[in-house]
Design a protein around this ligand. Structure first.
Ligand code: 2RA
Length: 340
């Protein structure tokens, strides 16, 4: 006996990955509905070896459906998630709309799976921002061993984080560099992204940080520990898929780099590739399509007491979004909606 599952936003980057991962992980689906906006009505999407046609989100009745994985923007989520939740369908939402709501659990299963039981307050569970998800998977096992005081993170975020438009802009601008007649002015991004990096993701806040950086701070505190101080610099880079992060941690107590490496090697969801030689580390192009969060360049930070540096890479469409959402569905099924 399986679940009646809905994927909302099935034609987008993340929605399609949700379908791929539901199939790859053989999630127990008894019935599947794939929804999209009216303009995408009838678009065909793949679920394993099946091809499904999208239905109209606006007309869909969520009554009798067990869970709905939402992969749409905050505006559409605001309009349809309450409708699904009120119909008794548990919403697992990838937008940022509910992440900071005290009545909505924000879940990374490797870190705080038990918190999923708080879903019943609003029948909604929030998925974290892609750049947060991969980082907290690494922070949690280290925090359990040597309490983390402060995290300094610089991200190198791929264009797929901003959807198909971002990917198309990188592709078109890159081609235009070799064909000057095809000038492609910045549209999705404030400046050229081809052969460039942009230290600006989402809107600017009053303190000069961006909302993407604020998300990493707020979400790390909610998921791992509110006492952890986090400062982030989030940068868009000309990579199609896969976020990289340079992470610096200050602990309450000393943690030796070798012990840190051993802890990370044993931690759920992590693969350590860490050799001090050419190619002894993971790069974004190598993580695409994988479920893991990869950790490399583990080393002491000797400029402070109890400091550690490492490099972290993960597929932002998978662990950063679709995989984490499906893992939440798995945990929800195991802990709260047992079937069969
Ligand atoms: C980005 N984290 O990378 C944001 C949203 N996915 O654009």
């Amino acid at each position: 006996m399986g679940y009646k599952v809905v994927v909302v936003g099935a034609t987008g980057n993340v929605g399609r990955e949700m379908l791929n991962i539901l199939a790859e992980r053989e999630f127990p689906v008894d019935e599947l509905a794939v929804l999209a906006s009216r303009r995408s009505l009838g678009t065909e999407v793949s679920f394993g070896d099946q091809t499904l046609k999208t239905q109209d989100l606006d007309a869909f009745d969520f009554t009798g459906w067990d869970m709905a994985l939402f992969a749409v923007g905050s505006d559409a989520t605001k309009q349809y998630a309450p409708k699904a939740a009120a119909a008794g369908c548990v919403v697992i939402d990838n937008s940022s709309l509910y992440r900071y709501d005290p009545d909505v659990p924000l879940i990374v299963p490797e870190v705080n799976a038990d918190a999923v039981l708080g879903y019943s307050k609003k029948n909604i569970i929030a998925n974290p921002n892609c750049s947060t998800a991969q980082m907290v998977v690494a922070l949690k096992p280290l925090h359990d061993r040597a309490k983390i005081k402060r995290v300094v993170v610089s991200t190198y975020q791929s264009v797929s984080g901003s959807g198909k438009e971002g990917m198309d802009e990188l592709w078109d601008q890159t081609k235009a560099v070799y064909n000057p007649t095809d000038e492609v002015p910045p549209k999705k991004y404030p400046k050229q992204i081809a052969f460039n990096v942009i230290p600006h993701i989402d809107v600017f806040m009053d303190d000069g940080s961006t909302k993407e950086e604020w998300k990493m701070v707020s979400e790390t505190k909610k998921i791992v520990d509110p006492s952890i101080k986090v400062t982030a610099t989030c940068v868009r880079v000309p990579v199609f898929v896969g976020h990289g992060e340079a992470i610096n941690i200050e602990f309450e107590d000393f943690l030796d780099e070798d012990e840190a490496r051993d802890i990370l090697r044993e931690a759920p969801g992590i693969v350590v590739v860490d050799k001090r030689e050419d190619g002894g580390y993971v790069t974004p192009v190598e993580c695409v399509g994988d479920f893991a969060t990869f950790i490399s360049r583990i080393r002491q930070d000797s400029t402070i007491e109890n400091g550690l540096n490492f490099w972290c890479v993960s597929d932002n469409l998978r662990k950063g979004a679709a995989l984490n959402a499906v893992q939440i569905a798995e945990v929800l099924g195991q802990k709260a909606l047992q079937k069969g």
